[in-house]
Write a protein that binds this ligand. Structure first.
Ligand SMILES: Nc1ncnc2c1ncn2[C@@H]1O[C@H](COP(=O)(O)OP(=O)(O)O)[C@@H](O)[C@H]1O
Ligand SMILES: [Mg+2]
Length: 265
């Protein structure tokens, strides 16, 4: 694969996905010019961060992490105009978006080579377009990760029935109903007041285990990090994995996945 293009000027670094860098080159735009556009774009986002917020969970805010949705008419180099931007104030202990950028590109490669055509059609990792980091004191956001926005943004955890029948078949994952009847999960169900949430969590562990068998390891995989994308014409559901980097503290999902996986037979 073409290497990632990284470019630094005045304390600002931009890492481009190779395809996005190619698109920028085709536009024949100067990198410094593009940087000015990008700075203006993110400054505007920071000013109106409440307006653009698309994150239904509040836990991220106190880590200085914002998920913002914005239509792009200014930058003009992305294959999708509807953008989701993960923006960080760079607080201590917050996840590193640069790590997420590189890990995602590697995972996209893994998905490409390790999944079958049928599997790839139903499961994707949310692509990343570029990563931008600044040390300038007057910038509210110190790190920004730009990706396409998944239309509804609904997570697997918000669905009633979990993965579609088609998905369960292709990935050999039991349905929610089957998991409800499995005896080895009696303790899980007993300990969690929210039974449905627990069933969805277990179902994602099955996916975690299937992917691990294929050599794809996503420790942070949980029902909140899988988005549902409905294809309008066919009604088919596809699933998009976001956020493939585990929280350092507390690393709950990796722990839960490792322990529960042993029961997923
Ligand atoms: N690309 C995206 N498209 C649509 N919604 C998104 C996207 N990325 C994140 N979101 C929304 O923001 C939420 C939190 O995103 P996530 O990356 O998991 O952040 P956190 O690090 O806080 O867990 C998601 O559950 C989803 O609702
Ligand atoms: Mg998450």
């Amino acid at each position: 694969m073409t290497p990632i293009k990284s470019w630094t000027e005045e304390g600002v670094t931009i890492d481009f996905h190779p395809e996005i860098y190619e698109r920028l080159q085709r536009k024949d735009e100067d990198l410094s010019e593009f940087l000015q556009l990008l700075k203006a774009f993110t400054a505007e986002l920071a000013k109106n961060k409440d307006l653009y917020n698309i994150n239904p969970y509040h836990s991220s805010f106190n880590k200085g992490m914002y998920i913002l949705g914005k239509e792009d008419s200014e930058l003009g180099i992305f294959p999708n105009q509807k953008l989701a931007l993960k923006c960080s104030q760079g607080k201590l202990g917050a996840e590193n978006l640069r790590k997420q950028f590189y890990r995602t590109i590697q995972l996209a490669q893994d998905f490409e080579t390790k999944l079958t055509r049928e599997e790839k059609n139903l499961l994707q990792i949310c692509p990343v377009y570029l990563y931008f980091q600044t040390r300038q004191a007057n910038s509210f956001f110190k790190q920004v990760l730009i990706m396409p926005r998944v239309a509804e943004g609904m997570t697997l955890g918000q669905t009633q029935t979990g993965f579609s029948a088609e998905f369960c078949k292709v990935f050999k994952i039991p349905s929610i109903e089957k998991i409800r009847r499995k005896r080895q999960f009696a303790l899980h169900r007993y300990l969690d007041k929210s039974k449905r949430r627990q069933l969805l969590k277990i179902q994602t562990v099955y996916l975690f285990k299937r992917l691990l068998r294929k050599g794809i390891k996503i420790c942070s995989l949980n029902q909140k990090n899988v988005l549902v994308d409905q294809i309008l014409e066919t009604g088919q559901a596809k699933y998009i994995i976001i956020d493939p980097i585990e929280d350092l503290f507390p690393p709950l999902s990796p722990l839960y996945n490792a322990l529960t996986m042993t029961l997923c037979t």
